[in-house]
Design a protein. Structure first.
Length: 111
């Protein structure tokens, strides 16, 4: 039972993150500032992959209720999903655009 909880949580995180990345391309909501937004090609690629992983995970979880032989694939699927989220997080930290650090206060001195 606990395996299903983690499976559906990781699937929903992947689906929501992929949908957000693809949605920002079609209808920008201004959630992500332009300075740190992913380039269109990278956002589309990451969004499609994360959404695909999430949908496949959701499908596997739902089919495992019907076909009990699929239960053996649930834990490896959770691991693959966690690795996909980890790789995406590493990409965001080390490769994605960053706002340059100025090193001085932006406001004036108020003495």
């Amino acid at each position: 039972m606990l395996t299903y909880v983690f499976l559906f949580i990781t699937a929903s995180v992947l689906i929501f993150q992929g949908t957000q990345l693809l949605g920002e391309l079609r209808n920008p909501l201004g959630v992500v500032p332009n300075e740190v937004a992913l380039p269109e090609r990278a956002a589309r690629r990451w969004g499609e992959r994360l959404l695909g992983f999430g949908c496949l995970t959701l499908l596997l979880g739902l089919l495992s209720f019907i076909y009990s032989s699929l239960c053996q694939y649930l834990l490896p699927t959770i691991i693959v999903d966690a690795c996909a989220l980890g790789i995406f997080a590493i990409y965001l930290i080390f490769v994605a655009p960053r706002v340059p650090y100025i090193g001085k206060p932006s406001g004036g001195d108020h003495h």
